[in-house]
Design a protein around this ligand. Structure first.
Ligand SMILES: NC(=O)c1ccc[n+]([C@@H]2O[C@H](COP(=O)([O-])OP(=O)(O)OC[C@H]3O[C@@H](n4cnc5c(N)ncnc54)[C@H](OP(=O)(O)O)[C@@H]3O)[C@@H](O)[C@H]2O)c1
Length: 324
């Protein structure tokens, strides 16, 4: 038996149960991992509340790092004893040990700790695909990025700086704005105290921006689309403030022939080998010093409910990792 965090009903942090669970042997295409660090992500909140529905009971969590302890039939890219990390579509990360499909698991470079591995896979691969594949961005291009002092946000600030982009960043307090700026945002807007639409218009000579990356959802959607210049690209990749209200195609015409996409990491790493390819790019950005992975805080897995409360109440910056 190993310790794990399970939910038997959807709801608030109180549904998170710290329990003992059985872990079996890996089947074909699977591995078993002894985890040393597990990432906390906003998507875990969506799984807990039922915004993203899982069959119950379920061990939630999508990101971790540890050592492979057993390898199932047909797995060729990993071996027992490998240090590995993953962001994977199969829930079950909130556990000391787990069995999971091997396809989205990658070997963790020696230079990176388990904590860094668990801090960077889901949030870092998200930034990797957003900046490399979702938007077509060249040095000098401007974009608007919301919640820039969060886990995804602080990696995005550094990635934008490395690509020579002008990132206009928003965050909910002056301290968070300062943090985003220190990580590479060109301009920052405290969207709790300032109307970010007029601020973006002021910063862009009234033109607006060609790309918005918005993970806040309900509370920023209207403003974000208003910040786009004609034929601009709205990338809606999260719903921290609630789901985006339904939109009609006609609205996109009225707002200037806009493009909208609602991407998810798991589409971008679905093809065999793509998680490894994207991770290689992410590791390169980190190992060459262009992106620094700071683990903002670590907590024992048993403190999971408190960690969820802090994340949802916007009390965190950067990333939180559970240690095991
Ligand atoms: N589609 C994908 O592939 C993908 C992958 C990974 C993550 N995501 C999304 O990216 C976002 C960031 O994820 P993360 O794990 O790094 O979280 P995070 O950014 O560390 O935390 C969420 C942040 O959202 C902001 N926020 C604005 N309104 C909020 C509200 N009403 N309630 C809570 N937070 C609010 C807060 O920053 P301020 O106080 O500065 O506003 C908060 O710190 C999430 O929406 C997540 O779902 C999407």
């Amino acid at each position: 038996m190993v310790k794990a965090v399970r939910i038997s009903a959807f709801g608030g942090p109180e549904v998170l149960e710290y329990v003992d669970v059985e872990v079996g042997a890996p089947g074909p295409g699977e591995i078993r991992i002894r985890q040393h660090a597990v990432g906390l992500n906003f998507i875990d909140v969506y799984q807990r509340t039922g915004l993203y529905k899982l069959p119950l009971p379920a061990v939630i969590g999508l990101e971790g790092a540890g050592i492979v302890t057993a390898v199932g039939e047909g797995v060729t890219h990993l071996a027992e004893g490998d240090r590995v990390a993953y962001a994977a579509v199969t829930p079950g990360a909130y556990a000391e040990e787990r069995v999971m499909p091997a396809a989205q698991v990658v070997v963790l470079p020696e230079e990176l700790s388990f904590e860094q591995g668990a801090a960077m896979m889901l949030q870092g691969l998200t930034v990797q695909y957003l900046f490399r594949s979702t938007a077509s961005l060249a040095p000098g291009d401007t974009l608007l990025f919301h919640a820039a002092a969060g886990g995804v946000g602080l990696i995005a600030c550094q990635w934008a700086r490395a690509m020579g982009l002008r990132m206009i960043a928003t965050a909910g307090t002056d301290e968070k704005c300062a943090l985003a700026k220190a990580h590479g945002a060109a301009e920052v807007i405290n969207y709790s105290t300032t109307d970010f639409v007029s601020a973006v218009k002021d910063l862009t000579g009234g033109r607006g921006v060609p790309v918005v990356m918005d993970s806040v959802g309900a509370s920023t959607w209207e403003g974000s689309t208003a910040c786009l210049n004609p034929r601009g690209l709205m990338i809606s990749f999260g719903s921290a403030s609630g789901p985006v209200p339904p939109i009609t195609v006609a609205e996109l015409a009225a707002k200037g022939s806009l493009y909208v996409t609602r991407p998810t990491l798991f589409t971008y790493i679905a093809e065999p080998g793509s998680a490894q390819e994207r991770a290689a790019d992410l590791f390169d950005m980190v190992l060459t010093g262009k992106v620094k992975i700071d683990v903002a805080r670590t907590r024992p897995l048993a403190e999971v409910a408190e960690a969820h409360r802090d994340l949802e109440a916007r009390r965190t910056t950067g990333t939180t990792v559970f240690t095991l």
